[in-house]
Design a protein around this ligand. Structure first.
Ligand SMILES: *[C@@H]1O[C@H](CO)[C@@H](O)[C@H](O)[C@H]1NC(C)=O
Length: 198
């Protein structure tokens, strides 16, 4: 009659101990995960970002020599969705361009944004008169005729949260948008223009 090899009590004990320790570790990992998740949901930190809220094309002129003059007002917002920490924005730098020709550099910062708040600011992007190439000249001509022109706003900012004694958490915000206007009355055609973090 075949019989199991008899096991000693000490083997049983080792297997049980290992099983119990495994169970405790597994349970600990699950609890840590749940606590982290809930903590994240409660604090709900949203990475600081900048966005274009509104804009207006104040001036656009091109003369017969192809010299372009542009002025646009760009209203922006720096937002801090963190309820526990204030954010500091710095090194704001945006290039306002038309078909690859940079018309104006917009710089700003540093400034602070309170917990769970935002700061609005604006730029007046004014081009120094710039001589366009024939292709860009034609682009501007057709844009004026169609009453629709698009500029590019590209750049970014640095932001950081003061995280108490732990130091600070740093972010880089990148913005790359098309700003479209009706040149006849300067109206901005709203579209989503929000920085992404990296
Ligand atoms: C500006 O012109 C566009 C297109 O002609 C029109 O849709 C828009 O309502 C105008 N905006 C204002 C403020 O007049």
């Amino acid at each position: 009659m075949p019989a199991d090899r008899p096991r000693t009590d000490s083997t049983h004990c080792l297997v049980w101990c290992a099983a119990i320790i495994c169970a405790i570790i597994t349970f600990g990992v699950i609890v840590a995960g749940v606590v982290t998740f809930i903590g994240y949901q409660v604090i709900h930190p949203k990475v600081p970002y900048v966005s274009v809220v509104d804009a207006h094309l104040d001036t656009i002129r091109i003369d017969y020599a192809g010299v372009l003059e542009v002025q646009a007002t760009i209203n922006m917002r720096a937002e801090n969705g963190n309820r526990k920490a204030r954010a500091r924005f710095s090194h704001l730098l945006f290039h306002f361009s038309l078909d690859g020709v940079v018309l104006a550099h917009l710089v700003g910062g540093p400034f602070d944004v309170r917990k769970n708040s935002f700061v609005d600011f604006h730029y007046v992007a004014q081009s120094t008169p710039v001589a366009l190439g024939p292709e860009q000249e034609e682009l501007v001509d057709t844009s004026l005729k169609r009453n629709l022109i698009a500029f590019n706003l590209k750049g970014g900012a640095k932001a950081r949260w003061k995280a108490g004694p732990l130091g600070s958490i740093k972010f880089t915000s990148n913005l790359d948008c098309l700003l479209r206007f009706h040149p006849l009355n300067g109206t901005y055609i709203p579209s989503r223009c929000t920085s992404s973090a990296s």
